[in-house]
Design a protein around this ligand. Structure first.
Ligand code: CAA
Length: 402
């Protein structure tokens, strides 16, 4: 599935991540500190514009390459991986896909030059039921007044803008939900306190509160009433990157467990020579490879212009559950030292990977999406496709750069 461009891209990213991202990973986690010093190098590597066309400052790559980038970041630092995945998939993508030419020219060059953009869908009473949005938007003249709160905003404290949904009326069927690009320096845009999380502690997550926020109509993304579908389409892409993140965290843990098992001696032999440990290593590697194939297949389908909603849910579901298992088995290979914070990153990866089963839709929601799609197919009914334009242009541009 990977060609030599992908392999070269992986080598380049791995070297960058080892040299620049890995040395700070444990500190970010311990200190719950956002990696400001990483933003320059990440921008220079083109990682803030993976899905943005070149004319808006992007460094577009195909979706498999994008997965490789998220995977390599997560292999050494889950926090940096989620910052990049959320920015690309949930921050820039909706503007690329649903924005006007004027909006693309206003927001995307900033986003690709190093400023983060966030995604505001969840609310205290609208989590899995993402259509339960209570944030309101009232139009007077050509200005909307936005009131409400969004929660679990990745990079909420850092983002210069957020793609946020709000109800433009009181339609009970969610046909009024509309997306707006809300800007941080407007009066009435308040950043809530940083959440104290189990994992991904170098990535800031916060509430955003909108209190009589005045938003010009020119910041409305697409048509009134299309916001819910836009966000579901956005999540179809984002879920692939969460699958990739789970792969990277699991890969990092597998590598640590493998090295440890060949060096640690008990009963006069490396513990890898005991079948109990060797089989664990084999199971970790096999499950991880199966998950990787599913993630890359969803990415390939997206790039081929095929409907990929079901596969995106499948790959996120499977890769995040495999990621969790692999990170947990790494614990049992390392025993007591794995449980200590510091010497080995397996406990950090185990805490970080849990988010992959929750963020951008829980595993229960992925099963719902998959089963609904199976039933829809059986009944012969169709839905507006979530297929993308084949991203051949991005691929050609990436090849030309390599
Ligand atoms: N693509 C395009 N259209 C879609 C779609 C998709 N993938 N999925 C559904 N739709 C359409 C449906 O066809 C339907 O259209 P019509 O009204 O024209 O018939 C409409 O959208 C509504 O769909 P449903 O009836 O299926 O909606 P629902 O209310 O039953 O909910 C759901 C569907 C799958 C449960 C959805 O609410 C969901 O995915 N929930 C999870 C939300 C989630 O992942 N949240 C995490 C956000 S991440 C975050 O907030 C943190 C951060 O910073 C990263």
């Amino acid at each position: 599935m990977l060609d030599h461009h992908h392999l070269e891209y992986r080598d380049k990213l791995r070297a960058f991540c080892e040299e620049t991202i890995a040395p700070l990973a444990a500190t970010l986690d311990h200190e719950q500190r956002f990696p400001s010093e990483h933003m320059g190098p990440l921008t220079a590597m083109g990682l803030l514009g993976c899905l943005v066309p070149e004319e808006y400052g992007g460094t577009p790559v195909d979706t498999i390459s994008y997965c490789i980038a998220v995977e390599e970041l997560a292999r050494v630092c889950g926090s940096t991986a989620i910052i990049i995945a959320a920015h690309n998939s949930l921050g820039t993508f909706p503007i690329v896909r649903f924005g006007s030419e004027e909006q693309k020219r206003r927001f995307l060059p900033r986003a690709t030059a190093g400023e983060l953009i966030a995604f505001g869908l969840s609310e205290p009473d609208a989590g899995s039921d993402a259509g339960g949005t209570r944030t309101t938007a009232r139009l007077t003249g050509d200005t909307w007044t936005i009131n409400g709160s969004k929660c679990w905003i990745t990079s909420g404290p850092q983002a210069f803008a957020v793609n946020a949904t709000a109800r433009a009326s009181t339609d009970p069927e969610n046909k009024d939900i509309t997306t707006f690009v809300l800007e941080r320096d407007w009066a009435g845009y308040d950043i809530g306190k940083k959440e104290n999380k189990l994992g991904l502690r170098g990535s800031d997550t916060s509430f955003l509160h909108f209190d009589d926020l005045k938003c010009p109509d020119e910041n409305r993304l697409g048509e009134v009433g299309m916001g819910f579908k836009q966000m579901l389409i956005t999540l179809d892409g984002g879920r692939i990157s969460i699958g990739a993140m789970a792969l990277g965290l699991a890969q990092g843990s597998l590598e640590v467990a493998l090295k440890y098992a060949t060096e640690r001696e008990q009963f006069g032999k490396p513990i890898a020579s005991f079948q109990g440990i060797a089989h664990k290593l084999a199971d970790m590697a096999t499950e991880l490879e199966a998950a990787r194939l599913l993630v890359y297949e969803a990415a390939r389908m997206k790039d081929a212009g095929l409907p990929f909603s079901r596969h995106s849910a499948m790959c996120k579901l499977y890769a995040s559950e495999v990621g969790h298992r692999v990170c947990e088995i790494a614990f049992s290979v390392l025993g007591g030292v794995g449980y200590e914070t510091g010497p080995y990153p397996v406990e950090r990866n185990w805490r970080d990977v849990k988010l992959c089963e929750i963020g951008e839709g829980t595993s229960e929601i992925q099963r719902l999406v998959i089963s609904r799609d199976l039933i829809r197919e059986l009944s012969g009914s169709t839905r507006e496709t979530t297929a993308e334009e084949p991203s051949i242009k991005a691929r050609e541009a990436a090849k030309a750069r390599n």
